[in-house]
Design a protein around this ligand. Structure first.
Ligand code: SAM
Length: 353
């Protein structure tokens, strides 16, 4: 049995995809021995492409206002206990300045879909950051918008966009979201972003309520079709004020297994070891890197607001200053034989020759 699974992993490494049934069999067969083999292959593939470099992105969670009501998310609009905040443009520029001094060359602006932050205001923000830090890449992660808006931000200088698809199966999407949100629209946004020329990141939560291996296989097939430059996955973690408060969290083991699979599917992808992974296990991010990830996204938001961006419970690093996070991460990566590098960390296909 294990031999057949090992052959499946080898086939995935060679062909970068498997038929759905085989993906399901592989996912269902996850155990310690198989994981060890998968991670050794994933690590080898990552080393061929990116060596032992770990890219850092300075994450700025600039608003927790959101017009959406996703059932899993702590900043959903109908959570009356969320303490709402939004940073001003000046405050965001302050975070970037501090981040630049600490060696960050990519800033990720993430937030809820906050009506205050209109397309014009975000465009202005992108232009301001670009004019102060022309050598930095800007990643936006502000949800679903129309194509014209995405184009406008791209023209202003944003080069990357993160929009997790959350799940590639319609029935599962319905379990996680209220009726006004649709998988078709979310996917369309990803295709729009890609055709505009963004480096695109999709992704999903591992262990979200109602998820099974068949849906995970659908996720992998969708990712293969989209061929994104980045894929963000992390465990689902319940948040106490959401309808999913009593659901079980996703596991470390399954998240790592999926990271390994993704590395073999997309050898050149930028795969973050997420904060959620670091939240469910004290060495989660290190283990994520060892399973095939090559990106970390420490927080640059001011410490006063960190706790308020409470997508899920017990989020790590809410009390640490940006410099502490940066140093802690460098030490963590060094302890496992990898190094944080000062660079924009573009996808290999986008690097200037
Ligand atoms: N509003 C933007 C969007 O929709 O893409 C960006 C912000 S959204 C809060 C960022 C991501 O957080 C989501 O794509 C989701 O996968 C993740 N997230 C939300 N709630 C979570 C939870 N309870 N556990 C783990 N991840 C969660």
């Amino acid at each position: 049995m294990i031999q057949a699974q090992i052959e499946r992993i080898d086939k995935l490494e060679q062909q970068h995809i498997l038929p759905k049934e085989e993906l399901i069999t592989l996912l269902d067969g996850q155990n310690e021995a198989l994981s060890a083999y998968l991670f050794s292959r994933a690590d080898a593939v990552r080393r061929v492409n990116y060596g032992t470099d770990v890219y850092v992105r300075g994450l700025i969670e600039f608003t927790n206002y959101c017009r959406n009501d996703c059932y899993y998310c702590g900043i959903r609009r109908s959570n009356p206990n969320a303490s709402r905040y939004r940073l001003t443009e000046e405050e965001i520029l302050g975070c970037c300045k501090e981040g630049y001094q600490l060696g960050f060359r990519t800033f990720v602006l993430q937030g809820g879909e906050d009506p205050f932050y209109t397309p014009e205001r975000i465009e202005h923000l992108v232009r301001s950051i670009k004019s102060q830090h022309p050598d930095c890449a800007i990643t936006l992660s502000v949800g679903e918008h129309d194509r014209e808006t995405y184009q406008r931000w791209f023209d202003a200088g944003a080069e990357r966009y993160l929009l997790r698809h959350e799940t590639a199966e319609d029935a599962h999407y319905r379990i996680l979201h209220p009726p006004e949100l649709s998988l078709a629209h979310r996917k369309q946004c990803l295709w729009d972003l890609k055709s505009i020329g963004y480096q695109v990141g999709c992704g999903f939560m591992v262990g979200s309520p109602g998820q099974n291996s068949s849906q995970l296989a659908e996720d992998l097939l969708f990712i293969h079709e989209l061929q994104p430059e980045m894929v963000g996955i992390g465990p689902f973690i319940p948040q106490k004020d959401t309808p999913f408060r009593a659901q079980a969290p996703g596991t470390l083991e399954q998240t790592l297994f999926l990271l390994g699979i993704l590395r073999l599917m997309l050898p050149q992808a930028l795969l973050p070891a997420t904060t959620a992974l670091g939240t469910i296990h004290p060495k989660g991010r290190e283990k994520g890197i060892q399973a095939g990830a090559n990106v970390c996204m420490p927080n640059l938001s001011p410490t006063e607001v960190r706790e308020k961006y409470a997508l899920y419970d017990n989020k790590i690093c809410t009390g640490d200053e940006a410099a502490q996070c940066r140093n802690c991460l460098s030490m963590r990566m060094k302890s496992i034989g990898y190094q944080v590098v000062v660079s924009r960390g573009d996808h290999l296909s986008r690097r200037s020759k």
